[in-house]
Design a protein around this ligand. Structure first.
Ligand SMILES: *Cc1c(COP(=O)(O)O)cnc(C)c1O
Length: 431
């Protein structure tokens, strides 16, 4: 696969280069120069394929030139050993559960696949690599789990002290070994600024092989296309057109759905469901793209994004067809809380606030269009990750899986927001 930059200044690169660079120098985003459509025979038979068989077929079409098929198979089997079931709640209403991976959020798909592909390429050259990542919560957990014990790779995760949930903090800080947590006495923006500065630090870069792991890495995007196609495979038997409602922040998840569409997946429409950080729904309504700065805090905090970084990709993939395939809605915290309750009372289904936003988007689309369709809303995290909010909404404490209550000792280094302190830490700890 060859990739170009959406800013069209930086040169085309190979997949391998794109994943280690993360971002092109012109600050665009890497996108495949060509998107292959999967043959009709694939779509005719897709309901008989397992998740991993679908994943292999999709990645073979995209990455066949970069990684031999047998290696891709091995890589996918080790990275994606969890399911993405489309759970039926009612007639024509399905929840695509994307939280069965190690950190119990959909980001596991991207993080595990990226870790596996990086490790694959590193293994070929015998190099080592340092991943630096700033997190406001969910990304860090998935990246920590994704890279945990991956040979040749060390991970440093920066998170804002006191600003991530107890469960999120446990996921970041209790693994240890090659996963190091830095508790920054500042905000998420401070964490991000420190990481950015490290990437601009020539001397550091000359000494160490650094890479980022944030959601703009193309290796995180590709595996997210797998579960849309798997959902299609599971729901093809309904015989109705599919609509996916995607709870969105940086819009990586939704962009991957559009990638699946471009690869030939039959689908009627996608709903971009957001909280009050409603830049994309407003763009769809008015044609004006107006970032929100600073972003607004909500109970679906993994979607508190005021300037979605994947928007250029979305535009590149959809162009003037954006209104043919995309509808946007946004919701307040009050509406979101009511939807969590609604899902519980009507369907006896517990959903996290992000998932509830997607449910609302689907219901509004159905109401507005009156269309007879199979509706799928994506569940991006297990509700147990947002326990205090769930308790406040439901009025009782729901059961949470053992995986989330995992004990383990917190291992984190506290640091201030000065770059010099961070740099000194890196020089001591990078490999
Ligand atoms: C990251 C995240 C989102 C937003 O996904 P994007 O790909 O950034 O749009 C939604 N829900 C949860 C639980 C998340 O962690």
């Amino acid at each position: 696969m060859k990739l170009y930059s959406t800013n069209h200044i930086s040169p085309e690169v190979s997949f391998r280069e794109a994943i280690f660079r993360g971002l092109p120098a012109d600050h665009g985003l890497y996108m495949p120069t060509e998107i292959p459509t999967l043959p009709q025979s694939f779509w005719d038979n897709v309901e008989n394929l397992s998740f991993n068989e679908i994943a292999v077929a999709v990645s073979e079409a995209l990455l066949g030139e970069d990684i031999p098929e047998t290696d891709l198979e091995t890589l996918i089997h080790s990275a994606l050993d969890f399911e993405a079931p489309a759970v039926k709640l009612a007639a024509d209403l399905y929840c695509l559960e994307l939280f069965h991976g190690p950190s119990m959020a959909f980001k596991d798909f991207g993080a595990r696949f990226m870790a596996a592909t990086m490790s694959y390429f590193l293994g070929q050259s015998g190099e080592t690599l340092n991943i630096l990542v700033a997190t406001s919560g969910d990304t860090g957990g998935a990246v920590a789990q994704g890279f945990y014990r991956v040979p040749g790779i060390s991970v440093t995760i920066l998170y804002p002290k006191g600003k991530v949930s107890a469960i999120q903090e446990r996921q970041l800080t209790t693994l240890g070994e090659n996963v190091k947590a830095l508790e920054v006495e500042g905000t998420f923006d401070d964490c991000q600024a420190l990481v950015k500065q490290a990437f601009l630090d020539e001397e550091l870069r000359n000494q160490y092989h650094l890479a980022s792991a944030n959601s703009i890495n193309i290796a995180r995007l590709i595996p997210q296309a797998f579960y849309y196609i798997s959902a299609y495979a599971q729901l093809k038997k309904t015989g109705k057109e599919l609509v996916f409602s995607v709870p969105s922040g940086n819009f990586g998840n939704l962009t991957a759905g559009i990638l699946a569409l471009r690869m030939g997946m039959p689908v009627k429409r996608f709903v971009a469901a957001t909280n009050v950080n409603n830049v994309v729904p407003e763009f769809l309504r008015t044609g004006l793209y107006t970032p929100i700065s600073p972003s607004i805090s909500t109970i679906s905090n993994a979607m508190d994004v005021g300037n979605p970084s994947n928007f250029p990709r979305l535009k590149a993939l959809l162009g003037h067809q954006i209104h043919d395939y995309l509808t946007g809605y946004f919701y307040t915290d009050e509406e979101t809380r009511r939807a969590v309750l609604d899902l519980y009372r009507k369907y006896n289904y517990l959903a996290c606030p992000h998932t509830a936003v997607a449910y609302l988007g689907l219901q509004d689309y159905r109401r507005e269009t009156g269309a007879d369709l199979t509706g799928v809303f994506l569940s991006t995290a297990h509700y147990g990750k947002f326990l205090p909010e769930m308790e406040a909404i439901l009025g009782f404490t729901p059961e949470i899986p053992d995986r989330l209550s995992m004990a383990g000792e917190k291992q984190a280094t506290v640091t201030d927001t000065a770059y010099d302190t961070f740099r000194a830490y890196l020089k001591k700890n990078l490999i």
